[in-house]
Design a protein around this ligand. Sequence first.
Ligand code: SF4
Length: 86
Amino acid sequence: MQDTSWMADGNCKDVPADLFFPTDGAGVEIAKRICQDCPVIERCLTYAIENKIDHGVWGGESERARRRIARARRSRPRTMLRDMTK
Ligand code: SF4
């Protein structure tokens, strides 16, 4: 079972959850502003990526941005390996 105790330290702990599931770009920006100085932002982002959460703002990133970050994280080891063999 995954440890989710870090969620209690998030800036969103006292904010209505639906604010993090916006329906437009303006809503995404509002949520991202709350995440901006969150002490658990990296853990939150990694959690969302590892669990393939495809709705809402997590770790200060929108769904689209998380997909891009996930692709970059997946390709990084291969790129590094390729660089090491040059
Ligand atoms: S990064 Fe954002 S969504 Fe994640 S715990 Fe912090 S405030 Fe909540």
